[in-house]
Design a protein around this ligand. Structure first.
Ligand SMILES: Cc1cc2nc3c(=O)[nH]c(=O)nc-3n(C[C@H](O)[C@H](O)[C@H](O)COP(=O)(O)OP(=O)(O)OC[C@H]3O[C@@H](n4cnc5c(N)ncnc54)[C@H](O)[C@@H]3O)c2cc1C
Ligand code: SF4
Length: 495
């Protein structure tokens, strides 16, 4: 703690975002380039170096937050980068994408704005790359053991990097044409530009990890064959089986799943397409679903030039302050948050009918109606009470030329036949069953990330990848010195 009074003298200051009018004209990250470093050391000074640092417990990776806050406040960037990489393979991903449960758990947040932990993490990670503190770390010697990792999202990548560095020969199989999972085709570039992914993949290649893109295990290569060719297999295939909205009119053209829509916009940014075949340009867009995927659709539709965009959330408008009885500190509270996409929608007034920013809260879709050509044109909704019962007299219609369903995911996508070919047992909710050591019902096959945990976050996926790597290493060699930050049964801090 370089300045013991930092939390008393310095107010919280976040990494400023670019002006709305400017940033909706491109797909670059929303933050002002170069504006974080000049402010971050004083922000790190606000850390109180708590005797019991709840920030550390609130992070599934067990990030050594007070230690790197201290190092950043002293501007010792090399040591900060070492401490950060000791617990997190990909801090430039979480520094941009994480909802930061660590900040909800920060002791300072009891009566002041929390330390800007996520910004500090991002600054350390970016500085590490700029100053050459993140070189490839190939193993000293090879173990002679081989591992196949299926899926290249954050869980698969973290597992692969840990196992490669431990000396095993690792191949990552990915059915998409590019590596990265939902961070590649899902999360928009304005939240995380894809060069951050490329740089890590190059680092991993230089360490010895092999990548096999455009290879769906179960379809392009038999899962059982893979099992016989490798000493161990890690299933990290994500949970992308989307939920449906079974209401009248669902069959109309122009009603799309969010995860059919978002990857096309990603492909435009990658240069694969000139424009998206589902582009929102000139259309009245309604997004059904109030979560982060819906917010990503919102930011994308605004950038594509939609005529209007409204987001429907079945939950009531949350309070701006934490409910100290229901969700006391240090848990992660459900409060009103204004994401970058919501800020854009609010300032540009994209949703004339909305309650706040672009969102209509406590809104439930009743049906869609279309034109003679069978294309959706209207969405009828009703306001609901806390028990989701319709409030009489609140029905209304919204114009809707493009409807995006962002209702969450029910579990792993089973279309490739991987689950059947490996003979994996599933939990009742469809996720891959595993024991306390991340082992599935098939010998030598382990499971990690959303495929086993269910829909979650990048930070949990990285923690899963690190923990499954320790389990696989132990299976292959009898013991392991790799860290295991979580067990399969750990869950976010709750009351
Ligand atoms: C639109 C969207 C936005 C999100 N935004 C955020 C955010 O801002 N912050 C955050 O923390 N979390 C966010 N999440 C959640 C986060 O992306 C996921 O929790 C995380 O990516 C899960 O990682 P994973 O490695 O388990 O799976 P995934 O990232 O889903 O990766 C699984 C990979 O496995 C591949 N695969 C599947 N089956 C096969 C097969 N048979 N053969 C070969 N490959 C296969 C898939 O193609 C995919 O690439 C978001 C999710 C979505 C959908
Ligand atoms: S809880 Fe907050 S103030 Fe305390 S050590 Fe962690 S970041 Fe610093």
């Amino acid at each position: 703690m370089a300045d013991p009074k930092g939390f008393l003298t310095t107010p919280r200051q976040d990494w400023p975002r670019r002006p709305v009018e400017e940033r909706v004209g491109d797909w670059d990250e929303v933050y002002v380039p170069g504006a974080l470093l000049p402010i971050i050391s004083r922000q790190a000074d606000r850390c109180m170096d708590c005797g019991i640092p709840f920030c550390h417990d609130a992070c599934p990776l067990g990030n050594l937050i007070p230690e790197w806050n201290d190092l950043v406040s002293r501007e010792d960037w090399r040591a900060a980068a070492d401490r950060l990489h000791a617990t997190n393979n990909f801090p430039e991903f979480t520094g941009r994408l994480c909802p930061a449960p660590c900040e909800a758990g920060c002791v300072l947040a009891i009566n002041q704005p929390a330390v800007t932990i996520k910004n500090v993490e991002c600054a350390v990670a970016d500085r590490a790359w700029a100053d050459g503190f993140a070189p490839p770390r190939p193993p000293d010697r090879l173990s002679g053991r081989t591992v196949a990792v299926i899926g290249s999202g954050p869980a698969g990548l973290a597992a692969a990097q840990q196992l490669t560095r431990a000396g095993h020969t690792v191949a990552v199989f990915e059915k998409d044409d590019r590596i990265g999972g939902l961070m590649r085709y899902g999360i928009p570039a304005f939240k995380m530009e894809k060069h951050h992914l490329e740089r890590r993949i190059e680092q991993m290649r230089a360490e010895g990890t092999k990548f096999r893109a455009s290879t769906a295990v179960g379809r392009d290569i038999g899962a059982a064959e893979l099992r016989s060719r490798y000493d161990a297999v890690v299933v990290a295939t994500g949970a992308t089986a989307w939920r449906e909205l079974p209401v009248p009119g669902r069959e109309l053209a122009g009603i799309e799943q969010a995860m059919a829509y978002l990857p096309l916009a990603n492909r435009v940014c990658e240069g694969d397409l000139e424009s998206s075949p589902m582009s929102a340009a000139g259309k009245h867009v309604v997004i059904v679903g109030g979560g982060d995927t819906g917010a990503d659709c919102l930011g994308t539709a605004v950038r594509e030039g939609a005529a209007s965009v409204t987001q429907l959330d079945i939950y009531a408008l949350p309070d701006t302050e934490r409910d100290d009885d229901a969700e006391p500190w240090p848990t992660y509270p459900k409060v009103y948050r204004l994401s970058a996409a919501h800020e854009e929608a609010r300032d540009l007034r994209t949703a004339p009918a909305a309650d706040a920013d672009a969102r209509l809260f406590a809104a439930s879709t009743l049906r869609f109606t279309g034109d003679e050509a069978g294309h959706v044109r209207w969405l009828r909704l009703v306001e609901v009470d806390a028990r989701r019962g319709p409030v009489p007299g609140t029905e209304r219609i919204l114009p809707a030329d493009l409807v995006l369903l962002a209702l969450g995911f029910s579990g792993p996508d089973r279309a490739d036949g991987l689950v059947e070919q490996l003979g994996l047992d599933l939990e009742p909710r469809g996720t891959v069953r595993r024991d306390a050591g991340f082992a599935t019902s098939a010998p030598g096959v382990f499971a990690a990330g959303d495929a086993a945990r269910g829909q979650s976050l990048v930070v949990w996926a990285i923690a899963e990848g690190r923990a499954v790597a320790a389990a696989v290493d132990r299976y292959l060699t009898g013991s392991s010195r790799l860290p295991a930050p979580i067990s399969p049964y750990d869950r976010p801090m709750a009351v």
